[in-house]
Design a binder for this molecule. Structure first.
Ligand SMILES: NS(=O)(=O)c1ccc(B(O)O)cc1
Ligand SMILES: [Zn+2]
Length: 249
């Protein structure tokens, strides 16, 4: 897995963390999430050498997230995943130390306060990331269009057009139950600008679908030694006195 600097200098709100359910605090003021995703804003899918990203046109408020713990409206800019080399591990967050084979991150930035992702990423209330755990089980029909595009972006820095994909199909049926806490990006620049919203309910994907994730490569086409893109998750970070709130009892 990606080790990197163990702690960011002065970093006391780093991610990911273990969510200790019995220590989370129910907050009745937490609202249901409100997502409005327009599949027409989907643009491309690419291998950035850490994961694969599905990127959305975030020049207007077409695909947005609000409600939940958020005061402002946030724009979807991309989603990506983290996974393991085996089904035994792969997620970044854990629940009472329980590992999942993979985790989806839907990345949004505060378009009420900032005009670009690059600005928002430096600010306390700049980003909101929805985390969804993946379990191996039945095939996820909505995911298949994405899985079919992966062989075309096997190598780092490869990119293909990818359109008309509704990321809402990757959310669990129940999006009212979640944990939320203030944390950071889990890959560089590791900035502490993220309101994390981790779904209690997981989604299911098939073993074969997850195997295609593992067929991706960290390395670019020119490199002699090819390395499988697996275990692209960060080690867990200290809670440093933070409280994880829950939207459910
Ligand atoms: N893994 S994560 O969702 O925390 C994340 C999101 C975005 C970026 B980034 O745009 O550099 C890095 C990490
Ligand atoms: Zn991520």
């Amino acid at each position: 897995m990606w080790q990197g600097p163990l702690a960011v200098p002065g970093g006391d709100r780093q991610s990911p963390i273990d969510i200790v359910v019995r220590k989370s605090v129910f907050d009745s003021k937490l609202k249901p999430l409100e997502t409005e995703y327009d599949p027409q804003t989907c643009q491309q899918i690419w291998n950035n050498g850490y994961s694969f990203l599905v990127e959305y046109d975030d020049t207007t408020d077409k695909s947005t997230l609000k409600g939940g713990p958020l005061q402002d409206k946030f724009r979807l800019c991309q989603f990506h995943f983290h996974w393991g080399e085996s089904n035994a591990w792969g997620s970044e967050h854990t629940v009472d130390r329980r590992l999942f084979p993979a985790e989806l991150h839907l990345v949004h930035w505060n378009s009420d306060k900032y005009s670009l992702f690059e600005e928002a990423v430096m600010e306390d209330n700049g980003l909101a990331v929805i985390g969804v755990f993946l379990k191996v089980g039945k095939r996820h029909e909505g995911l298949q269009k994405l899985v079919d595009a992966l062989p075309a972006i096997r190598h780092k820095d490869s990119i293909v057009e990818f359109t008309r994909f509704d990321p809402g199909c990757l959310l669990p049926a129940n999006t009212d139950d979640y944990w939320t806490y203030h944390g950071s990006l889990t890959t560089p620049p590791l900035t502490e600008s993220v309101t994390w919203i981790v779904m209690k309910q997981h989604i299911e994907v098939s073993h074969d679908q997850l195997a295609v994730f593992r067929s991706l490569l960290f390395t670019s086409a020119e490199e002699e030694v090819q390395k499988s893109m697996v275990n692209n998750f960060r080690v867990q970070q200290p809670l440093r006195g933070r409280t994880v709130r829950s939207s459910f009892t």
